[in-house]
Design a protein around this ligand. Structure first.
Ligand code: SF4
Length: 740
C-alpha cells in the first residue's frame, strides 16, 4: 500500500470511529477525567501517595526476580500452585491442563487485561470449554463479539440504547429491556446462573503481595469475588509485574487506583484474597444445606506471565511501562483518546497513552506503529498518572525505534541530503516536519514567493499526496524579515546600564519566521517594563524533530541551543520563551539530553513570556506602560496551551490581563487539537478538528463570541484561526505598547 493510500485508510478508520463511537467514548472518558480532578482535589496527600506508589513499583521491578521467588514460596506454602509462563502459548497450555484435569465444561472469568493479552478465551473455546465473561462490560462485548475499547471500562464505546438493542435481539426477553437498571438486572441474573454452574473461576490480579501470596482485586461489580470463590478451582492469570513486596505496600495503590481511573474515592469492591481460600464450596443444588457444611477442598493456580516483560525490565526506556497499574487515567485525559477511544488509539490488547509501551514490549513495534502517532506529546497524562510515568517519552522512544526499523522508498533520495542526524527509515512526512526549522529558514529567505508557490492548488495537491499535508489546512505564511533580522536592525530600546534586568527573547522557529509580530510585541512589552532585551540568532529547540521521534536530531539541537545560551545564562540573563512547547522541552525532555546541571541552569533561567511580564509587574513594573483595554473592548476569550497548563503557568496570563483591566473568560478545554504538525497531517486532520470543536463551541457562545481571542501556543492560534471567523493573537500582542 502506498503511503498516501495508507494515510487515506487511516483517515477513513478515524472518521468511522468519530461517527460511530466518538460520542459515547467522549462523554464517558470526560466524566471519568472530571471525576479524577474532583476526587484528587479532596486528597491532601495526593502527591505523596503518587511518590510512594512510584517508589514501591520501581523497587518491585528492580527486585522482581527475588519477589517472584518469594511469591512462589508463599503461594505454595498456602497450598496453591505457581506456574511461570514464558509467553501466551505457554500460559494457555497450562490453563487448558487445569481445565482438562477438572473436566471443566464452563469457566467463568472476571475482567483481566492479561487474559485478553494471551487470548485464553479463544484457546479454551477451541478445547470445547464454555468461557463466560462476568464483568458486565466484558460480557456485553462477548455477546456483541467486539474488542474492548478501554482498559477499565471495556464497553465504553457503547451506548445504553445500543446495549438494549443487542440484548433484546440476542436474548429475546419477554419484556423488552430499556433502562440501565433493567439491563443490569437482566445481566446479573444470567451471570449468577453462569457462575453457579461453573467448574473453574478465572481472575486477573491488580496486585499480588510477595509476603503473603495475597491477590488484590479492584472491581466495580463484585463479580471477581464470585468467580474466584464459587467454583472449587481458581486460576489467577497475571503479568509478573503485578507482584509487590507486601500487604502494607498496597496502601497508596488502594487510595489512587479508583480516583485515577473512574474518579471514585474508592472502588466498589477491593477484595484481598489469599487463595486457596478456606471458605466452603457451596452446593447450589442443595439449597437447604448450611453454607458451612460445604467442601473446602479447593485448588488455586497462579499463572505468572512473562510474555516480553522481563525483556522490558532490561530495556531502560520501556522499563517504566511495568510500573503501570492500568488505571486508565492516561486514556481519559487524552484528547485524541476522548475522540476515537481504544479502537483507534490502541493495539492488540492495550489502549491509550501507555499502550505504546505495552504493545511494543509484548507484541512488537509493528503493532505499536499502528497508533503511536496519536500521542501528540502534550504530556497531560504524566500529571494524571498515579505512578508518574513519563508516557510521552515512552511514545517518543518507540516512535524513534519504529522510524529506524522501517525502510522507506525515498531513503536513497534524502540520505545525507537532509539536515537531520537520522539514518534511513523516516517517512518523507516525518522528515519534512522534523526539519521544519530548515523549511522555515528557506521559506523566509524566499518570501513572499515561497508563500505564493506553497499556496497554489498544484502545490497543495502535491504536498498532500507526497508528505501528507492536508490541503484543507492553512499553511503558515513566512515573513521575509525574521524577528532576529528586525531586532538586529532596530536594536534595543533600554540600555544595559538603565535596565534592572537583562533578558534574551528566544526566537523560536515560528516566532522568528512566521508569527513575527508576537516576538516584536514581547520585545516591546519587556522593554516597556525596563528590561534590556536581546534577540540573538539561536538554534531551534529540537521540538519539531522530537515530535516525529527523531531523537538523535533533537538531542543535537538541544546541545547546540544550550551551548549558544550558556553565555547568556552565565551573564545572569533571563531566557524568555514565547512558545510553551519549547519551554516545556527545556523543563522536561532536555533532562534526557543535557548534563543535569546544564538542564537545571537552563530550566531555572527560563520563563514563559507572560509569566515574566507578571514577575516584572509584581516587582514594581509600571502597568501603565502596557496596553490597557479601551472603554468597550475589555472582553477577552483566552485559551491556554496544554504544555503551559502542564507547567502550571496558565494563571500568569490571566493575572496580567486582569491587572490591566481586561475581562478574561478562560476556556476549559485542555487541548485545541492541533498539536504542532499533528493537525496538518491528512490522516489526522478530521480528528484534529473534532478535538478542536469543543474549543470552537466555547468561544462561540453568547458570553464569548464578541470577545477578542487570545491563545498562548502556535498550534492553538493556528487552530483557532481555522475555526473562528475572528482573528486570534498571542496575549503579549494584546498588552504590549504599539510603539517603543
Ligand atoms: S500509565 Fe499511568 S495513567 Fe496510564 S494506565 Fe498506567 S498507571 Fe494509569
Amino acid at each position: 500500500m502506498s503511503k498516501s493510500t495508507s494515510r487515506e485508510a487511516k483517515a477513513a478508520r478515524i472518521r468511522y470511529l468519530l461517527e460511530t463511537e466518538g460520542d459515547a467514548v467522549k462523554a464517558n472518558t470526560k466524566g471519568f477525567n472530571q471525576g479524577r480532578y474532583d476526587s484528587v482535589a479532596k486528597l491532601e496527600s495526593y502527591e505523596e501517595l503518587r511518590a510512594r506508589a512510584r517508589e514501591i513499583k520501581a523497587d518491585a521491578i528492580d527486585r522482581l526476580p527475588e519477589l517472584l521467588d518469594r511469591v512462589e514460596a508463599t503461594v505454595e506454602a498456602n497450598g496453591g500452585t505457581v506456574y511461570f509462563a514464558d509467553d501466551a502459548a505457554d500460559a494457555n497450555r497450562y490453563v487448558r491442563e487445569v481445565c482438562r484435569d477438572k473436566e471443566a465444561e464452563r469457566v467463568v472469568k472476571s475482567k483481566s487485561m492479561t487474559s485478553e493479552e494471551i487470548e485464553v478465551n479463544e484457546f479454551l473455546e477451541e478445547d470445547g470449554v464454555d468461557v463466560v465473561e462476568t464483568d458486565l462490560g466484558e460480557w456485553v462485548l462477548q455477546v456483541a463479539d467486539e474488542a474492548p475499547s478501554h482498559i477499565v471500562a471495556p464497553a465504553i464505546h457503547k451506548s445504553r440504547e445500543g446495549i438494549a438493542e443487542l440484548f433484546n435481539e440476542t436474548f429475546q426477553p419477554e419484556e423488552k429491556l430499556e433502562t440501565a437498571e433493567e439491563l443490569t438486572m437482566f445481566a446479573r441474573e444470567r451471570l449468577l446462573e453462569e457462575i453457579k454452574g461453573a467448574d473453574v473461576g478465572m481472575t486477573g490480579a491488580n496486585f499480588i503481595t510477595a509476603d503473603t501470596g495475597t491477590l488484590a482485586l479492584v472491581t466495580s461489580e463484585g463479580n471477581a469475588r464470585k468467580s474466584a470463590v464459587v467454583p472449587d478451582t481458581h486460576v489467577a492469570v497475571a503479568g509478573v509485574e503485578k507482584v509487590v513486596p507486601s500487604v502494607e505496600s498496597l496502601q497508596p495503590f488502594v487510595e489512587l487506583i479508583g480516583r485515577s481511573g473512574t474518579g471514585q474515592d474508592i472502588t466498589s469492591y477491593i477484595s484481598l484474597l489469599t487463595p486457596p481460600v478456606e471458605s466452603p464450596v457451596v452446593d447450589f443444588d442443595a439449597s437447604d444445606t448450611p453454607l458451612a457444611s460445604g467442601e473446602n477442598d479447593r485448588d488455586f493456580h497462579l499463572v505468572l506471565i512473562d510474555n516480553g516483560r522481563m525483556a522490558m525490565r532490561e530495556d531502560s526506556e520501556l522499563k517504566e511501562t511495568l510500573y503501570c497499574i492500568r488505571c486508565s487515567a492516561c486514556s481519559n485525559v487524552c484528547a485524541n483518546f476522548q475522540s476515537v477511544g481504544g479502537h483507534g488509539f490502541g493495539g492488540e490488547t492495550y489502549s491509550g497513552g501507555i499502550a505504546t509501551g505495552w504493545e511494543a514490549g509484548i507484541e512488537g513495534l509493528d503493532t505499536a506503529a499502528e497508533f503511536n502517532d496519536l500521542c501528540t506529546g502534550c504530556s497531560r497524562c504524566v500529571d494524571a498518572c498515579p505512578v508518574n510515568i513519563d508516557i510521552p517519552w515512552i511514545n517518543t522512544v518507540v516512535r524513534d525505534r519504529i522510524n529506524r526499523g522501517t525502510d522507506h522508498e525515498f531513503d536513497w533520495l534524502v540520505d545525507g541530503l537532509t539536515p537531520d542526524a537520522e539514518e534511513g527509515g523516516l517517512s518523507l512526512q516525518k522528515r519534512f516536519f522534523g526539519n521544519f526549522s530548515t523549511v522555515a529558514t528557506v521559506g523566509s529567505a524566499l518570501a513572499p514567493l515561497s508563500n505564493w508557490v506553497a499556496g497554489t492548488d498544484l502545490s497543495r495537491r502535491l504536498m498532500e499526496s507526497t508528505i501528507g499535508v492536508d490541503a484543507r489546512r492553512d499553511l503558515p505564511s513566512f515573513e521575509r524579515e525574521t524577528l532576529v533580522d528586525w531586532f538586529a536592525a532596530r536594536g534595543p530600546r533600554v540600555s544595559p546600564t538603565e535596565a534592572e534586568r537583562e533578558a534574551v527573547v528566544y526566537p523560536d522557529v515560528y516566532t522568528n519566521h512566521a508569527m513575527v509580530e508576537r516576538g516584536k510585541a514581547a520585545v516591546r512589552a519587556l522593554e516597556a517594563l525596563g528590561v534590556h532585551v536581546r534577540v540573538p540568532d539561536l538554534p531551534a529547540s529540537g521540538r519539531a524533530p522530537l515530535s516525529q521521534g527523531m531523537i538523535t536530531t533533537a538531542e543535537e539541537k538541544a546541545h547546540a541551543l544550550y551551548a549558544a545560551l550558556a553565555e547568556h545564562i552565565d551573564a545572569e540573563r533571563d531566557v524568555v520563551v514565547i512558545e510553551p512547547s519549547d519551554l516545556a522541552m527545556f523543563d522536561r525532555e532536555y533532562g534526557k539530553f543535557l548534563a543535569p546541571r546544564s538542564q537545571e541552569r537552563l530550566s531555572d533561567a527560563s520563563y514563559e513570556v507572560m509569566e515574566y511580564v507578571y514577575g516584572l509587574l509584581e516587582n514594581g513594573g509600571d502597568p501603565k506602560t502596557l496596553r490597557a483595554p479601551g472603554a468597550n473592548d475589555s472582553g477577552v476569550a483566552y485559551h491556554s496551551h496544554c504544555q503551559q497548563r502542564t507547567l502550571g503557568l496558565e494563571g500568569y496570563t490571566e493575572a496580567v490581563l486582569d491587572r490591566l483591566g481586561y475581562d478574561v473568560a478562560t476556556s476549559e478545554v485542555e487541548c485545541c487539537g492541533m498539536a504542532g504538525s499533528f493537525g496538518y497531517k491528512s490522516e489526522y486532520y478530521e480528528l484534529s478538528m473534532d478535538v478542536g470543536s469543543e474549543l470552537e463551541a466555547q468561544f462561540s457562545t453568547p458570553e464569548t463570541r464578541e470577545r477578542r481571542v487570545v491563545a498562548s501556543g502556535t498550534s492553538c492560534l493556528e487552530q483557532l484561526d481555522s475555526m473562528l471567523a475572528r482573528p486570534s493573537q498571542h496575549p503579549v500582542e494584546l498588552v504590549a505598547p504599539e510603539r517603543l
